[in-house]
Design a protein around this ligand. Sequence first.
Ligand code: C2E
Ligand code: MG
Ligand code: MG
Ligand code: MG
Length: 280
Amino acid sequence: YHAKRTAAGHALYAGSLDQDCTRRLALMGDLHRAIANDELRLYCQPKVAFGSGRICGAEALLRWQHPRAGLIAPDEFIKLAERAGLIRSLTRWVLEAAFRQAYAWQAAGQHRPLSINLSAQDLHDPALADRVRGLFATWGNRPELIQFELTESALMDDPEGARETLAQLKRMDVQLFIDDYGTGYSSLRYLQTLPVDAIKIDQSFVADMVANEDSATIVRSTIELGHNLDLSVVAEGVENQAIWDRLSALGCDTAQGFFVGMPVRIESLAEWEMQSRWHA
Ligand code: C2E
Ligand code: MG
Ligand code: MG
Ligand code: MG
């Protein structure tokens, strides 16, 4: 479990393919117990509106606090969970934790929409919509304070299946985001037929838009495309002031990234906000 830390505090493994594979197998074995052992943690990253310069919501981000390997980022275990048939229990855990926290904010009179990531396989879970409906019934969350993010590539895996799940979620009046937009090769025609409210431009284009003119072109045309389709546009990977300024000039609606705030434990987000320059 040799791991080193990234700036974001993730455990990142830099080893040979062999060691990589050994680590993956070990993690896959441990993942079965992660929920029972209470090792999952919900983190959360703020989003800021360019127009007001104020916090306008947050995204829930899953972490795995492994007893020996440390804090593990979802890119390393979501795919494993899908392969091990564990994604439904993981998603259920995330949904429950997210609804509980969103309700706590709502009950405290804090208007803070929370977005929840779903995986490709969640789109094929016939019980997903019922589970979400059940959580609304249990907690009494206001639908406008709950959002779901689905990656463009998850949608493109099975466009017609995705359409059905999105329609079921949309009937609950939640907001739907297309995540990692620009990496999944969706067609404009398909996108236009989905009941989505916003697109999130993938961080790979955004983080590099000041240094790379091609990325800047992709970001600019995605903002135009989104607005032409009446969608709100979120930029992920806003890492510095220069990127913020470019996006702001391009009319982007919402920023998310290290420049705005790093992911923090979800319980401490409200406190973080109070001290932040983006505080309302
Ligand atoms: P995502 O939904 O696109 O989330 C944004 C990712 O970018 C997060 O990584 C976040 O920490 C990172 N990030 C934020 N600001 C910056 C920045 O300025 N620069 C850079 N380079 N990165 C930034 P994280 O938390 O490691 O999550 C990775 C992916 O794992 C997420 O990408 C999402 O697709 C997935 N994921 C996270 N939580 C969940 C979950 O609860 N369920 C499922 N199914 N997937 C999740
Ligand atoms: Mg996301
Ligand atoms: Mg993304
Ligand atoms: Mg991503």
